[in-house]
Design a protein around this ligand. Structure first.
Ligand code: SF4
Length: 354
């Protein structure tokens, strides 16, 4: 029993307030806030990496509170997911796939998070209404893929993941399962033997099981995370990458190429490069679509097609995700065309009153 609990105790011992964290770091939180209205959550192993990298490092920027968070610009819910809930934990926005959100807890609080105005560090939602999710899926056989997201779905215990996968495997139309997770780089102890065995055993019950690994910079990785990802690569599952483009974190060609090459060497297929969302409290990570497209054009010339992640943007207000670098779907005037061809405004940050 003890072994499987180690990642849980790593979560329990995480830093949850700035004063303790800065005391550990030994840094004066001069330009950084000791208390911010946004919750802080940094596991100890990550705190050690932040300290090692230093105050000006990428990790400090991604995970430590910053007084730019007081800026009121941006939106509370930039994605507009909520309108698409079809059951208490199920978002059905695209024809063939549905997002399943069984928990709101993550192994870290990324300061740029698009859900930062909604995340709750203490509460795991385990809905008594799971039956409603199953009912919806049974009468919507067009849904072939379930995407576990959250929060971070690997916060669920192995037992709960097993319970959900077993239930989904009874619905014939569900063929593919995908988990979006930050655990492999943030808290690799989560990828314990039990979870690996579970994924392996369910790989025979679904057409594909994918793990989309969220990482934004090569500096997030250490020996432990790389070792665990290599273990995962031996299972019969697909490993995909998911990266958010972030100002002063990875908005340069060298950082992105280094990260993508690292993914490839770990047998993780580059999958998504997200344009940042215009989230309130996270606008200091925002860069314009034109800047993002310029960078992506450089990646295109350096990487073969199979190594190039899809550059995507969630249109503010809820219409959904579209390609961010597709001359057919984006006009140069900063307007996006929605799926059905209607024009949707992209609000750039300077449109907000600061
Ligand atoms: S892991 Fe994802 S959902 Fe969780 S805080 Fe980070 S960006 Fe947000």
């Amino acid at each position: 029993m003890g072994m499987n609990l180690s990642w849980k105790s790593d979560l329990q011992s995480a830093y949850k307030n700035s004063a303790d964290l800065f005391q550990f770091l030994g840094w004066e939180p001069s330009s950084l806030l000791v208390e911010t209205k946004y919750p802080l959550f940094v596991p100890q192993n990550l705190a050690r990496k932040i300290k090692l990298q230093g105050k000006d490092g990428v990790l400090a920027r991604e995970f430590l509170p910053d007084n730019h968070e007081l800026n009121e610009a941006g939106m509370n819910d930039p994605i507009g997911d909520k309108e698409h809930y079809k059951a208490p934990q199920l978002i059905h926005r695209y024809h063939s796939r549905a997002l399943f959100t069984p928990t709101s807890i993550c192994p870290v609080h990324c300061r740029y998070c698009f859900r930062k105005n909604e995340l709750n560090a203490t509460d795991e939602i385990f809905s008594p209404d799971f039956e409603k999710t199953l009912e919806y899926l049974r009468i919507h056989p067009e849904i072939s893929e379930i995407i576990f997201t959250g929060g971070d779905p690997l916060t669920l215990s192995n037992e709960k993941i097993e319970k959900y996968l077993t239930a989904f495997s009874t619905i014939k139309s569900i063929q593919d399962i995908r988990f979006h997770t930050r655990y492999p780089v943030i808290l690799p102890s989560r990828l314990d033997d039990g979870l690996q065995q579970l994924l392996q055993s369910f790989s025979k019950k679904f057409r594909t099981i994918s793990l989309a690994i969220h990482a934004n910079h090569a500096d997030e990785f250490d020996q432990e995370s790389m070792g665990k990802i290599k273990e995962l690569s031996k299972l019969d599952i697909q490993l995909l990458s998911q990266t958010v483009l972030l100002k002063n974190v990875n908005d340069n060609q060298q950082a992105l190429l280094e990260l993508i090459n690292l993914f490839i060497s770990l047998k993780v297929r580059p999958y998504y490069l997200h344009h940042p969302d215009q989230v309130k409290g996270g606008m200091h990570f925002y860069l314009s679509l034109e800047e993002g497209r310029t960078l992506y054009a450089k990646l295109r010339s350096h990487l073969p097609g199979w190594a190039l992640p899809q550059y995507v943007i969630d249109i503010p207000g809820g219409p959904g995700k579209v390609g961010a670098f597709n001359p057919e779907t984006i006009t140069f005037s900063g307007k996006l065309l929605g799926r059905d061809g209607e024009k949707v405004s992209v609000q750039e940050p300077d449109l907000f009153s600061l």
